[in-house]
Design a protein. Structure first.
Ligand code: MSP
Length: 537
């Protein structure tokens, strides 16, 4: 931690503890990890947070169903599934929050007290519709509207005692109980004004429009407590009530910074967050309810919510594209993909071949295709050919940086501006284009090998300087590409650095490292095994 570095605070959703992490949750976590690594490489003081969402009725039920003594024991038993997968996938989170930790509970209780003191919560009788699986409340109007739409689309009318959930189409329950309410309705105009003044708050644009029309449709006060079960954070001023899971969960973003503890220095320094990365299913919670809660508590709002779509798969029988989900039985386990591709190529495939704002189809055949084209044939092939030739022609070493290294050359030209383009793409979560920027310099170097035919130069002693210039240029591209690929493929980049005898930890910011001329050369190079052995069908 350094005071003069710019703080960059990035979060993922905290995942429900009832299900093991899957390709979808891993997708979101890797996306945030790539951003965290990119920002660290740029010299920022990054805090990257992920964690587990452990409260709520469903968790208590699952604990009982699975024969655990307490919900806490159930949550504890699930923790390794997350910790292990994040370790496997090289997730570089700086903290892991669990909503049952004392630091979180203290922060939620402080937050509730602040809302009470500022007059934004009140107790009333709740009578309305509740989706138990989604743990979401719906108004009469929302439910009626959904039913009208279904019937108009030719579907059979639902049982009036149990109309269907507007989000997931599962039967709703009528709930009548005393509850604490949050005055969400008071924030309708304030939120609209905020979105207007901060056009980049919700990205991408389509999601922003979705939120705007939702808020313009009117906001109702939100029930934020439950008194029919006790697996949650007790209201400090009304112990019969526990906090509604979503209010509890959202507050993790500040409790992880020490909000509500004896020392709020980190909170003061790092809040507001630079970005919350979330899936489109939880957009209202992050773009409407969370901002309103923060406004009510008198706290600043995060700078950005980046909303990604769902991973989808093609149903082989019907040919239809479906969301990947457990209930459809079409999930692919992250471990299966790791087995086929290896971790770094796994990360590369999901981050570079998927457009992050929209739903994205994935398939085994596409994974193989991207792996073979971009990694085996292009990046891996370049590293192996270049290191091979360097070792062969320069006595096991890289040629020393030639005196004329700064002369115009096709590769120097290919690398000019690559950092700027890449950094702009990466900063806006456009990883597809960020990866394409790197791929372009790698392709240029592969082409340059063909054009300059080092094997022919090597035969002519008079061309020794030219040979050194050509090989040094190619190795210089490899050095730069390894730095730019590192947020996607940290292990492979570390291996390339090692084979080039470069320091294990890069010295300098990414921008500095991308300047032409960084490779001193003259040190041993190691050919090594193929970085990405070709996949055969
Ligand atoms: N616990 C809440 C979040 C609280 S945050 C204050 C929750 N948890 S969850 O386990 O259901 O995780 C939801 C997130 O998982 C989604 O927003 C998304 O990021 C990710 N995904 C789940 N399924 C997915 C796909 N099929 N595809 C891509 N991401 C998916 O909601």
């Amino acid at each position: 931690m350094s005071e003069d570095k710019l703080s960059y605070y990035i979060t993922t959703p905290i995942y429900y503890v009832n299900a093991k992490p899957h390709l979808g949750t891993a997708y979101c976590t890797v996306m945030a990890d790539v951003q965290a690594r990119f920002r660290r490489a740029c010299g920022m003081d990054v805090k990257f947070l992920t964690g587990m969402d452990e409260h709520g009725e469903k968790v208590a039920e699952a604990a009982e169903k699975n024969g655990f003594d307490s919900p806490q024991a159930w949550c504890d038993s699930m923790e390794p599934a997350f910790a292990d997968l994040w370790k496997t996938l090289e997730i570089s989170n700086d903290d892991f929050i669990r909503t049952t930790q004392p630091r979180h509970i203290a922060g939620v209780q402080k937050f509730l007290k602040v809302l009470l003191d500022r007059g934004y919560i009140y107790k009333d009788a709740y009578d309305g519709w509740y989706c138990r699986p989604d743990e979401t409340y719906f108004t009469e109007t929302q439910v009626r509207h959904h039913e009208e739409e279904r019937v108009a689309a030719g579907e059979a009318p639902a049982d009036p005692e149990h109309p269907l959930c507007p989000d997931c189409d599962r039967p709703l329950e009528r709930i009548k109980e005393e509850s604490w309410f949050f005055k969400l309705s008071a924030f309708e105009q304030t939120l609209l004004d905020f979105y207007e003044a901060h056009p980049d708050f919700i990205q991408p644009e389509t999601r922003r429009n979705e939120v705007l029309s939702f808020v313009k449709g009117g906001l109702k006060d939100l029930s934020i407590s439950r008194s029919t079960f006790d697996w949650g954070v007790p209201f400090p001023f009304d112990e019969k009530h526990v906090a509604y899971v979503w209010v509890d969960a959202l507050i993790n973003y500040i409790t992880a910074l020490g909000y509500g503890s004896d020392d709020e220095a980190e909170f003061d320094r790092r809040w507001p967050a630079q970005v919350h990365v979330v899936g489109k299913d939880i957009i209202r919670f992050h773009c409407v309810i969370w901002p309103a809660l923060l406004m009510a508590a008198g706290l600043p709002l995060p700078e950005k919510v980046f909303v990604h779509g769902f991973l989808t798969v093609r149903n082989e029988e019907t040919g239809k594209i479906e969301k990947m989900s457990k209930s459809r039985g079409n999930v692919i386990a992250p471990e299966e993909v790791v087995e086929l591709l290896g971790v770094d190529a796994y990360r590369y495939y999901f981050m570079s071949d998927v457009v992050h704002g929209t739903d994205a189809p994935i398939s085994w055949s596409r994974m193989r295709q991207v792996y073979n084209a971009d990694l085996a044939n292009s990046w891996g092939n370049l590293v192996s050919r270049a290191l091979n030739m360097s070792a062969k022609y320069f006595d096991g070493c890289a040629p020393a940086r030639p005196a004329n290294y700064d002369d115009e050359s096709p590769l120097k030209e290919a690398c000019a501006g690559v950092y700027d383009a890449y950094a702009a793409h990466m900063a806006s979560f456009d990883y597809q284009d960020g990866a394409a920027d790197v791929h372009a310099i790698v392709a240029a170097a592969n082409l340059d090998i063909e054009n300059s035919a080092p094997w022919a130069l090597a035969k002519d002693p008079e061309k020794a300087d030219e040979l050194a210039f050509v090989i040094w240029n190619i190795l210089e591209v490899i050095r730069i590409a390894a730095e730019l690929y590192a947020p996607f493929m940290p292990e492979i980049s570390a291996e390339v650095r090692r084979r080039l005898s470069l320091p294990a930890e890069p010295e300098g910011t990414l921008e500095e490292l991308c300047r032409w001329g960084g490779l001193a050369g003259g040190s041993p190079v190691e050919k090594g095994q193929a970085l990405f052995p070709r996949l055969v069908d």
